[in-house]
Design a protein around this ligand. Structure first.
Ligand code: FAD
Length: 294
């Protein structure tokens, strides 16, 4: 969302603008059934509608979409060079990093082994596979709450395991969870192992009562996000969590490099905030380019 919005603004400011995208624009929201907090959509909007619509708007504004995975960004004198994994190389007077973040894993035994065979990060993609079953969700934030609610459309029962004693999710989502009889929230409960045969059959859970194996057909993991910032780690010092430090105009300490959305330090990690960051970064990039002799 940050990159597409930056593209719309940069192109409309008359800058020659390209977006380098590895998969599909708005990848993080593409599976979301209903986004309820993006302004302008009183009934909510699906992520798979909002993402492509924003990309179309960017292309209508004159943005060129380039398919590549960005491997690194380096300084090339006055310009910044974006290198793609496939050997592509793109030179820009300014670069806005808006590569978002990737869902974290738990790092527990069985998680990797059963990925795609019961372990998932996408409720709307894989939920239909668990029709009538009991599934587990791990996490306590907006994503975990949102995805637990999505899973109730398919499954008989959803157990939400959370390490802490209260959820971090926004109150509106917590209220919906509380009103959904299929969801049971277990606090102070840590999933420590995924167990199964051909596919997942349960999760080992540690709590104040000790450890027990809870029988579930699937495990959906939403325990935070890892910023996709490695491409600029040689240009700027990332914070401890891997976020890119920025000033109020989304500028980084590296001249010409801006960062927007989930990838930047102290991001609200929300779509509307990412869109705002993208607009701010593009306006600042336009000012930066205009202010210099090239
Ligand atoms: C399950 C879930 C539910 C959510 N629900 C909501 C919600 O209801 N409301 C809300 O406001 N927010 C929600 N969010 C948060 C929201 O999705 C993010 O805050 C937002 O998408 C961040 O936008 P972004 O532009 O920073 O990153 P993204 O939207 O993730 O966009 C980053 C783009 O960069 C691309 N990319 C990454 N690395 C590279 C690379 N090396 N080379 C090329 N391209 C690359 C990706 O493919 C992607 O298209 C949710 C998130 C999750 C995971």
């Amino acid at each position: 969302m940050a990159g597409l919005t930056a593209g719309i603004y940069a192109a409309r400011h008359g800058l020659s603008t390209a977006i380098v995208e590895q998969m599909m624009a708005g990848a993080q929201i593409i599976n979301l059934e209903r986004i309820e907090n993006f302004p302008g959509f009183p009934q909510g909007i699906a992520g798979y509608e909002l993402g492509p619509a924003t990309q179309e708007q960017a292309m209508n504004a004159g943005v060129e979409m380039l398919m590549d995975t960005v491997a690194s960004v380096s300084s090339d004198g006055d310009h910044l060079r974006v290198a793609g994994e496939g050997g592509g190389s793109y030179l820009g007077k300014a670069v806005i990093m808006a590569a978002g973040s990737t869902l974290r894993t738990l790092g527990i035994p069985g998680e990797e082994e059963y990925l795609g065979r019961g372990v998932s990060h996408c409720a709307s993609c894989d939920g239909p596979l668990y029709m009538g079953q009991t599934v587990a969700v791990v996490g306590g934030g907006d994503s975990a709450a949102d995805e637990a609610l999505t899973l109730t459309e398919y499954t008989e029962r959803v157990i939400l395991f959370h390490r802490g004693d209260s959820l971090d999710a926004q109150q509106a989502l917590q209220d919906r969870l509380a009103g959904q009889p299929k969801v049971e929230v277990r606090y102070n409960a840590e999933v420590v192992e995924v167990v199964g045969e051909d596919t997942v059959t349960g999760v080992r859970v540690r709590s104040a009562d000790g450890e027990n194996v809870e029988p579930v057909g699937g495990l959906f993991v939403y325990v935070g996000l890892e910023p996709n910032s490695s491409a600029v780690s040689d240009l700027v010092t990332l914070d401890n969590a891997g976020h890119i430090p920025v000033g109020l105009s989304m500028e980084t300490p590296q001249p010409g490099l801006f960062a927007a959305g989930d990838i930047r330090q102290q991001s609200a990690a929300q779509l509307v905030a990412s869109a705002g960051d993208g607009a701010t970064a593009a306006i600042a990039a336009h000012r930066y380019i205009r202010s210099r002799d090239w």
